[in-house]
Write a protein that binds this ligand. Structure first.
Ligand code: 6R9
Length: 647
């Protein structure tokens, strides 16, 4: 509790220079809620429209009339907003600074003019290979500039990109290609991370065997590594690029035309294809980037995420580029070649704002202060975090050690589904409390409800819902509009349910307490326990599996799997390793269980439901308070599990 009462006022000097102060926030927020129509039409002016919209939000969360549209009558092109409109005023300014994995290799810089050429050329390559408006294009790329060009090239010609994180396995990639019926895939020969190489093209080859929809693979040469090319299906990007022009007109798109699909995990079933559209999404990415990061012309902005996640979409690419910022893109990992790398990059590129995940901070914090103190970091002005709740200890380390007590730390809460920040401090407007995401962004109407949906006023705790639509909201689950409604709007009718728990304190500050569904958060990566369970039961020796999260010092949560083997199969350490590797192969390294316990049977209710509450407690080692086990079909199961718990 002491932690939660500690307030860090933003220094006066900092506030004076900020774009929005406390009064400014109140005015902005008040208008956004009282008169959303005119507020959003005015905000829409921050984009460059081919046809300016006259309608703002047109939506209903009610089942009988369910629809979500923003700026429907507007026309624009997202890539032209991120590039072309900056050419006259800042064509020579750097758009992207790329830092390679290996610090001894040169960084690359692309001015807006160069970005324009690269994206146009990429767009013409896509066209030459048959990509048309509305086609789905899977992008499975390392963190190299060509990944950014590919994404923006899709936006330029109106193709729908689906970026798949390069750490996902061929199986996971194939599932995503098939779900959205994507005929095109852009990849690279290999990726590089922390000095290691990742066989991306070989992974695509393996995925293609299970993804019959795939017709064409465009391969960017990144490392020069040896890869097999399949005649008629695979082409080298640089071969096709030789014969195309570096000018490509931007397609005229409706504001509600799809921009991208991004797969994310839910509490049940396969990952969902979250669909974002053009106008509302870009407006949201651009507005939140400017407000939360107090972005000012000429600043260097570094979001140290991967473009395979929504954070990379909104805050490496779309938000900063829409605002004409210089965005840093880093190929590697935070702690390679050593624990000082992030801070060296900050100094090297004179980064003003750094945005990263609590898990990275906890890992670096464990290396002590020296690797940080060995660098200057004088260019830093603002620090941000995203992806999971930040523990106050990590927050203070970020503030005191990394920021030398000079830079506000903003904790930003949002989701793949929300497109951009939903609850986050505006650093010039709000004093900070370590661990709190502070206040809603303009237009965001958060409510805390109890299990029955009653709205709880004042200082309280419960489930977080959002009562009004906002422009950056996802529009559907690809190919499954019913699942969209059921997942987000059926639990609390008329409201968007976030699946996060939340507390509001006496000052009206919001504190996200974590997921209330079966989604776990491992190193800031969101994962459905059901997905890991499905992967485990695919193995021929496994009869049943139940997966829960348990607290982990660095990762936030670790993965704990309970596995029941088929009869006649005997548990062994070797089989345990095999099964962990199996999950790694099925989904990817981020899904590898930290602990795997063999369980002759799982605790179930008489109606056959697995009692996850009990499994969570056992995994945590909290076995003294297992609660009421009398409803179990066979209470003795629990004793066996407790006795054989994996520490
Ligand atoms: C942007 C992103 C979304 C889930 C979300 C919540 C957790 C994200 C957070 C946070 C506490 C924060 N989350 N930011 N929890 N404080 N600042 O991470 O999207 O990958 O879809 O994850 O992450 O549980 O529901 P996504």
């Amino acid at each position: 509790m002491a932690d939660q009462q500690q307030v860090y006022p933003v220094p006066d000097e900092w506030k004076r220079r900020a774009k929005v102060d406390a009064e400014g926030y109140e005015t902005l927020y008040g208008r956004s809620i009282a008169d959303p129509g005119s507020f959003w039409l005015e905000q829409a002016r921050r984009l460059d429209w081919i046809k300016r919209p006259e309608i703002a939000g047109d939506w209903s969360f009610d089942e009988s009339d369910f629809h979500i549209n923003w700026f429907t009558d507007g026309k624009l092109n997202v890539a032209a907003n991120c590039i072309d409109r900056h050419l006259a005023s800042r064509g020579a300014a750097p758009a992207i600074i790329w830092e390679p994995d290996d610090p001894n290799e040169p960084a690359r810089r692309y001015a807006y003019l160069e970005l324009h050429q690269e994206v146009c050329r990429f767009a013409n390559v896509l066209k030459a290979e048959g990509v048309e408006k509305g086609d789905r294009v899977t992008i499975y790329m390392p963190m190299i500039p060509e990944a950014a060009f590919a994404v923006l090239a899709c936006a330029r010609i109106g193709a729908i990109h689906s970026v798949v994180f390069a750490g996902f396995s061929p199986e996971a990639l194939a599932g995503r290609i098939t779900d959205c019926d994507s005929e095109f895939c852009i990849t690279a020969d290999e990726g590089r991370r922390g000095g290691k190489r990742i066989p991306l093209k070989a992974n695509v080859d393996a995925a293609a065997d299970r993804a019959p929809a795939l017709k064409k693979v465009i391969v960017v040469q990144a490392t020069g590594g040896d890869v097999a090319m399949k005649e008629g299906r695979d082409v080298w990007y640089h071969h096709v690029a030789e014969s195309v022009s570096d000018d490509c007109p931007a397609e005229v798109m409706g504001a509600e035309d799809p921009l991208f699909i991004l797969y994310t995990s839910g509490s049940t079933g396969k990952p969902k294809g979250v669909l974002h559209t053009s106008g509302g999404y870009l407006l949201w990415a651009s507005l939140t980037h400017e407000l939360a990061f107090d972005y000012k012309e000429g600043e260097i902005f570094w979001c140290a995420a991967d473009i395979g996640w929504i954070t990379g979409h909104s805050y490496i690419l779309y938000g900063p580029l829409a605002n004409g910022a210089t965005t840093v893109m880093y190929e590697g990992v935070p702690n390679w070649p050593d624990a000082s790398r992030i801070w060296q990059i900050v100094d090297k590129h004179q980064v003003n704002t750094l945005y990263t995940a609590p898990t990275a901070l906890r890992a670096l914090m464990a290396e002590g202060d020296q690797p940080v103190k060995a660098t200057s970091r004088a260019s830093l002005r603002l620090l941000g975090t995203v992806g999971e709740p930040i523990n106050p200890q990590a927050w203070r380390w970020y503030y005191d050690v990394v920021g030398d007590g000079r830079c506000p730390v903003i904790d930003t809460w949002w989701q793949t589904e929300t497109g951009g920040h939903m609850i986050a401090p505006l650093p010039g407007a709000h004093d900070l409390k370590p661990g709190s995401a502070v206040k809603p962004m303009p237009g965001v109407d958060p409510q805390i409800v109890d299990a029955d949906g009653n709205v709880l006023p004042g200082a309280t705790e419960g489930n977080l819902v959002i009562a009004k639509s906002w422009p950056g909201q996802m529009r559907t689950v690809w190919n499954d509009h019913d699942r969209f409604f059921q997942t987000y709007f059926s639990t609390y009718p008329g409201k968007y349910f976030t699946s996060d728990g939340c507390r509001r304190d006496e000052d009206g500050y919001y504190w996200i307490t974590g997921r209330v569904d079966d989604v776990i958060n491992v190193s800031g990566h969101r994962m459905g326990t059901a997905e890991i369970e499905s992967a485990l039961v695919l193995h021929e020796k496994v009869a049943e599996a139940a997966v829960v999260g348990r607290p982990h010092d660095v990762k936030g949560q670790g993965i704990y799997a309970y596995v029941t083997l088929n009869s006649g199969v005997h548990p062994s350490d070797e089989l345990r390793d095999t099964l962990k590797q199996w999950v790694r192969k099925e989904i990817g390294p981020i899904a590898t269980p930290d602990a795997l316990q063999f369980a002759p049977s799982l605790p179930k209710t008489r109606s056959g439901k697995i009692m996850r509450r009990i499994l969570r407690k056992i995994a945590e080692g909290d076995t003294s308070s297992l609660g009421d086990t009398s409803t179990l079909a066979d209470p003795s199961v629990v004793d066996h599990l407790v006795a054989n718990r994996v520490a």
